[in-house]
Write a protein of this length. Structure first.
Length: 468
């Protein structure tokens, strides 16, 4: 299995620190709004990496944070007259719903920055003690030049940085020893959330959050650190500086970065206003289509979003889903005869598709080629499987397609239609449970219906439902 490592600028064979185990940290979103489909790209791409490594037998400890304290969150809270914490927890919940709809599995741990402040104070104190950080009137800065390897990830030269970085000096940061120094801790402004620290009542800088959460949940040295390519500099460069100076060890061995999702060849971003939220897309498409669209390109290639490509993805995905559904029909109607020798042989061909799929994924997660292999398998199914085959053979072909889909996180089975009669029946059951004061059961039915895309509304006239 090879990954392109931003640190070495090479595709490298993946060798984990502990055989059979992978520790992986993916920088998560800042939660002040619904996520847009640009944010969804790293989620889908690295969830797929995780699934593939699990398919190859690794046990993956996957950590992805939520940045739940930040200027933008505070601004939103002030706008709405609620606390920053309320804003953050609302959008964390919304983000988790979007992840579930995109079939992005929850991380092993989703740490929240605001719950890890003691760890941050500890790391900042250690950096000050070692001479890598200094406090000026309550603001703590990292002494960038003291870390001789600074720039090794983004392949930037310190002096070039210095020449072009007057803009790095933000107002209020004039007290820095060097313009390259960055903030580890900053004092609160009026009305902002804050924590006590040895330096001031304030809050951590963004970079220190990830260094601390990675260390706490994965250890001082980790296998893979990932995120979008805009994070290479300064975020990941600064994480390396903090972690390596504090721990005295190399931080992450493989640095993986996805390219941007663009629109009209410009990065999709909140600040440019050229974005679609995942929720916008859900109004028109099953989010499996979005996932398919993302994986149809290699993760290190820029991907341009367009209505045409989404339609093409929808049609392509439908072709696979229909083939699987057809196999299901054939399987259900096949007799009970044994698998023939010829079928046994044909199954070897089917297995060869999996080998080819693995080869594509081994080559720095080439999902585009992996999807092509699924299409080859679909073609095999459409041309070589018929009602004449044994149920066991048909099942094996169908399960192979489902298996490869699942590695990419694509659900290829047709969703069962939910019938109105079934919904009414479940609503009756829920009403009966409520009458009997079995509220746990009532809530369970409500949640099950929600999973099926049915939302219940308790109104004065009784229970109503709608598809969501
Ligand atoms: P943010 O909430 O801006 O910190 O972003 C969360 C994650 O989404 C980071 O890994 C970003 O690199 C990534 N990201 C943001 N915008 C895009 C985009 N247009 N294309 C790909 N990744 C993005
Ligand atoms: Zn981070």
């Amino acid at each position: 299995m090879k990954f392109y490592n931003t640190l070495t600028k090479k595709k490298e064979e993946f060798v984990p620190l502990v055989p059979g185990k992978v520790s992986m940290y993916v920088c998560g979103p800042t939660v002040y709004n619904l996520i847009h489909i640009g944010n969804a790209r790293p989620m889908i791409v690295f969830d797929t990496a995780r699934r593939y490594m699990e398919h190859r037998g690794y046990e993956v400890n996957y950590v992805s944070n939520f940045t739940d304290v930040d200027d933008k969150i505070i601004a939103k809270a002030n706008e709405e007259g609620i606390s920053a914490q309320e804003v953050a927890s609302r959008y964390i919940e919304e983000c988790k719903k979007d992840m579930a709809d995109m079939n992005v599995r929850p991380a092993t741990t989703h740490p929240l920055a605001t719950r890890e402040i003691p760890g941050m104070i500890e790391m900042i104190s250690a950096l000050i003690e070692k001479g890598y950080a200094y406090d000026v009137e309550g603001t703590v800065y990292f002494r960038t030049r003291k870390f001789k390897e600074y720039g090794k990830l983004s392949h930037k030269n310190l002096d070039d940085l210095r020449g072009g970085n007057r803009s790095l000096l933000v107002t209020g940061e004039e007290q820095k020893e060097d313009p390259l120094d960055f903030v580890l801790w900053k004092p609160k402004k009026e009305g902002e959330p804050y924590w006590e620290s040895p330096w001031s009542q304030g809050r951590p800088g963004w970079h220190i959050e990830c260094s601390v959460m990675a260390k706490k949940y994965l250890g001082e040295e980790i296998d893979i650190h990932a995120g979008g390519e805009d994070l290479v500099f300064p975020h990941h460069e600064n994480e390396i500086a903090q972690s390596e100076c504090c721990n005295g060890k190399p931080f992450a061995r493989y640095w993986l970065h996805n390219a941007f999702l663009n629109i009209d060849n410009k990065k999709m971003s909140k600040s440019l206003g050229n974005f679609f939220t995942v929720r916008d897309i859900k109004e028109k498409y099953d989010l499996q289509v979005l996932r398919f669209f993302m994986l149809s390109a290699h993760y290190r290639s820029p991907l341009n979003f367009s209505a045409e490509l989404m339609e093409a993805s929808k049609n392509a995905l439908e072709r696979i889903v229909n083939a699987v559904d057809n196999l299901k029909f054939l399987q259900e109607n096949a007799g009970t005869k044994e698998m023939t020798g010829e079928e046994q042989k044909a199954l070897e061909e089917v297995k060869a598709f999996e080998t080819k799929f693995d080869e594509a994924m081994d080559d720095d997660l080439n999902t585009a080629d992996a999807i092509s292999v699924i299409f080859e398998l679909v073609k095999f199914a459409n041309t070589r499987v018929s009602g004449e085959n044994s149920a066991a053979f048909i099942k094996a072909v169908r399960e192979e397609i489902l298996k490869l889909g699942d590695i990419l996180g694509l659900i290829l089975e047709k969703k069962e239609e939910v019938l109105e009669a079934d919904i009414e029946k479940m609503i009756e059951e829920r009403q009966a449970a409520r009458k009997a004061k079995d509220f746990a059961r009532a809530d369970e039915i409500r949640a099950r219906l929600l999973d099926m895309g049915i939302e219940l509304l308790d109104t004065r006239e009784g229970v109503k439902w709608k598809r969501v």
